[in-house]
Design a protein around this ligand. Structure first.
Ligand SMILES: Nc1ncnc2c1ncn2[C@@H]1O[C@H](COP(=O)(O)OP(=O)(O)OP(=O)(O)O)[C@@H](O)[C@H]1O
Length: 295
């Protein structure tokens, strides 16, 4: 294991009743990395993240988070991680300011001269763009504003490691952009390590240093987005029509392929489209291959 390994997972198994949801999951996350965990609904992303957060007991496997086993780690360890859950509905009568001040107090005993104490509440409210809403009851916040408050609650204690479960679900495009900037700032200024789940593949491609794809209970891909795309489906997707039929092929050399196509079929070719595939294409191909048992 490298010295900067923040999360290390080996042979992780999770069984619910007779259902094996995780079947030998393994990956690592290094300090200051933004890693994005992708996978279809029900693949086990939340389960994995909750095991790493110490909220769920695993069936088997080795898990180390900030050097400790989350199933036995204490409060001092917990104060070093931040969590934004998929949904959290509570404290409706409180105001964001009250809630953040309350959560901040929790971190006081764990103040570390190197990292400081809990963040100043006004600074935090500004960071997540909740100015003007800080003193109104939480139940009156819109869904997106509520999500911003969730993020604020996750970073109040200046976590070394931040877990974000679908953090931008329900955010408008501007709020999403601001959230991405906030994540990049946390990484650049505080070397925060980020593990996030999302179904937004543009978000994953734009934000993550590395992508993990969970399918069928295992990590079926682990790498930089561009490499995953190249490895999974080649470098170009060529689509065309001929005689009313539609065709599509992937190829590492689009120019040579298209020359060959025209040499064979000339003017019969219509609707030619050459496109560099993106993460969404690679992801869908991986999940499809996996479902067909080819991975
Ligand atoms: N406490 C539980 N008891 C039994 N089954 C569970 C429990 N929690 C989750 N599951 C099942 O485990 C599987 C994985 O669920 P999980 O929530 O981890 O998936 P996910 O990848 O986060 O899905 P989504 O993208 O829909 O949020 C699902 O089939 C779910 O029904």
């Amino acid at each position: 294991m490298r010295a900067d390994t923040t999360v290390s997972v080996r042979d992780l198994y999770m069984r619910y009743g007779t259902d094996d949801v995780l079947r030998g999951v393994g990956f690592e996350v290094r300090r200051g990395e933004i890693v994005c965990l992708l996978g279809p609904n029900g693949a086990g992303k939340t389960t994995t993240v909750e095991i790493l957060e110490g909220f769920r007991e695993r069936s088997a496997g080795d898990v180390k988070v900030l050097g400790a086993d989350p199933s036995t780690a204490g409060e001092e360890w917990r104060a070093r991680i931040g969590v934004v859950l998929q949904s959290w509905r509570d404290h409706g009568r409180w105001t964001p300011r009250m809630l953040l001040r309350h959560l901040g107090r929790y971190y006081a005993p764990y103040a570390d001269p190197g990292r400081g104490r809990a963040r100043d509440v006004d600074e935090l409210i500004g960071m997540v763009g909740l100015d003007g809403r800080a003193d109104r009851p939480i139940r009156l916040l819109s869904g997106g504003q509520r999500r911003r408050l969730d993020v604020a609650a996750g970073i109040v204690g200046r976590p070394e490691l931040l877990f974000l479960d679908e953090p931008t679900a329900g955010l408008d495009p501007l709020a999403r952009r601001e959230f991405h900037d906030l994540v990049r700032r946390l990484v650049a200024e505080e070397a925060t390590t980020i593990l996030l789940t999302t179904h937004d593949l543009d978000e994953a491609a734009g934000l993550a240093d590395r992508i993990l794809v969970l399918a069928g209970g295992r990590i079926v891909a682990d790498g930089v987005a561009d490499d995953l795309v190249r490895r999974t489906i080649g470098v170009a997707l060529v689509r065309w029509s001929r005689g009313g039929e539609h065709f599509a092929r992937t190829t590492p050399d689009a120019a040579a392929f298209v020359r060959g196509l025209f040499a064979r079929h000339g003017e019969e070719i219509t609707d030619l489209d050459v496109r560099r595939p993106g993460l969404e294409d690679a992801y869908l191909a991986l999940v499809r291959q996996h479902e067909e048992g080819a991975v």
